[in-house]
Design a protein around this ligand. Structure first.
Ligand SMILES: *Cc1c(COP(=O)(O)O)cnc(C)c1O
Ligand SMILES: [Zn+2]
Length: 409
């Protein structure tokens, strides 16, 4: 197996593969380092294609000696060609990666799938997280399925659907009076004093590896080819940067050819520290206090902000922000053209794709992948009042009155 060590993203100092996330020398973030030099692309591709119908088919690129067994398999979500969406936007080739089609209906099933077996391997009996909503759902569900105790910390103003879709799994649900950034600070303190696996705090380097599998799937589903451009939502910036890392790894071992795609990041104006820094030409983000309807993206102090900025610039992309009204329109646009109902994060991503198309940033021949990360049923308030149901009596006359334009022929 190829996994080697934890490594500081800033100074390169190496550490053993245990529960740590910050460099002792420079406080930089740690990530998993691999040595793929003995990996043969042909046999790697055969192992992938013969592998399970879940993200464990990519075990060669994940931080385990051998593929772990987990009780709630995630991944292998559909990549669908979206010609009607492309038409509406004046584009030629758009694909939607529908990652709402996961066990708890968001891409967070991927990161928890990797963090949970690592927690078990490191001897933890309790799984925990600081969440903007979807991670809470995933930690509670995967802990339940695998027989672990869990503690899930969320901001108290979360959507009701996300609270209900967490509590149902029998977790310890803690609703914190404060923003996500307050919740995260609290969890960082608790991680210091308790022997718990906080998936996105002390296990963050492993958690983040789970997001690479989204990139692997897109490439495999395109026939081991890369898209020309990906549009991805940004909260902490982990998913955005790890999709790039996944494709980098596959190019480095010879599973993919060509240049890296262009990376466009999507934020909501209610919480857009990365888009603001991008627009101002800065290398770091100034923390903001989140507002607005895109609660799953509401991280005011994004851990991977500087890396997201670097990726957008290096790849020739951008990081854009859209308003709450544009997010609602984005949800409707995706639903009406693809049949996929996404939450506010997906509305944000779709609205940013529209913005790029309107701005003329996308060339005619490009193959674009829109990454949809969560399910519309979790943020129903975002579409409330955007259409009307026609209430009638159970008679043909009543129907004909209501629908005068739809007369029988
Ligand atoms: C968590 C989340 C994201 C982005 O997460 P990062 O912190 O940037 O990795 C995007 N969409 C949804 C629906 C999420 O729940
Ligand atoms: Zn360091």
């Amino acid at each position: 197996m190829s996994v080697e060590a934890l490594k500081c993203k800033e100074c390169g100092t190496r550490y053993p593969l245990d529960a740590r996330y910050a460099c002792e020398a420079c406080w930089g973030p740690l990530e998993v380092a691999y040595d793929f030099s003995s990996l043969d692309p042909e046999s790697a591709r055969r192992r992938i294609q013969a592998g399970p119908n879940s993200l464990w088919r990519y075990a060669d690129f994940l931080p385990f000696e051998s593929p772990p067994r987990t009780a709630l398999p995630a991944g292998m979500t559909p990549l669908v060609r979206a010609d009607r969406l492309a038409d509406r936007l004046g584009l030629r080739e758009v694909w939607v990666k529908n990652d709402a089609a996961n066990p708890t209906h968001s891409f967070k099933d991927r990161v928890v799938s990797v963090a949970l077996p690592k927690a078990r391997e490191l001897g933890y009996g309790v799984l925990a997280c600081a969440s903007t909503g979807n991670l809470a759902n995933a930690v509670a569900a995967h802990a339940a399925a695998n027989g672990l105790e869990s503690y899930v910390f969320v901001p108290s103003d979360l959507e009701e659907q996300k609270i209900l879709a967490t509590g149902v799994y029998g977790t310890n649900l803690i609703s914190v009076r404060g923003s996500y950034d307050d919740v995260n600070r609290l969890c960082t303190q608790l991680a210091d004093e308790r022997d718990w696996a906080f998936v996105n705090v002390n296990l963050r380097p492993y958690y983040a590896e789970g997001s690479k599998t989204l990139a692997f799937e897109i490439a495999e589903q395109l026939g081991f080819e890369q898209p020309d451009r990906v549009v991805v939502p940004i909260a902490s910036g982990s998913l955005f940067t790890k999709i790039a890392r996944g494709l980098d790894e596959w190019r480095s071992v010879g599973l993919l050819e060509g240049d890296a795609p262009v990376f466009n990041g999507a934020q909501a104006e209610g919480c857009s520290p990365v888009a603001q820094a991008y627009g101002a030409g800065l290398d770091v983000c100034r923390p903001v206090k989140p507002t607005g309807i895109a609660k799953s993206l509401a991280i005011g102090n994004p851990a991977d902000g500087p890396y997201a900025l670097d990726l957008a610039r290096r790849s020739g992309g951008s990081i854009d922000a859209v308003s709450d009204d544009e997010i609602r329109e984005g949800i409707r646009l995706l639903a009406e053209t693809t049949g996929i109902f996404t939450e506010t994060a997906g509305g944000t991503t779709t609205a940013v794709l529209k913005k790029l198309a309107d701005r003329g940033d996308i060339d005619a021949g490009e193959r674009v992948v829109l990454v949809i990360t969560g399910e519309g049923l979790k943020t129903l308030d975002a579409v409330r009042g955007t259409f009307e149901a026609h209430e009638i009596d159970p008679t043909v006359d009543s129907f004909s009155d209501a629908f005068a334009s739809a007369q029988p022929v």
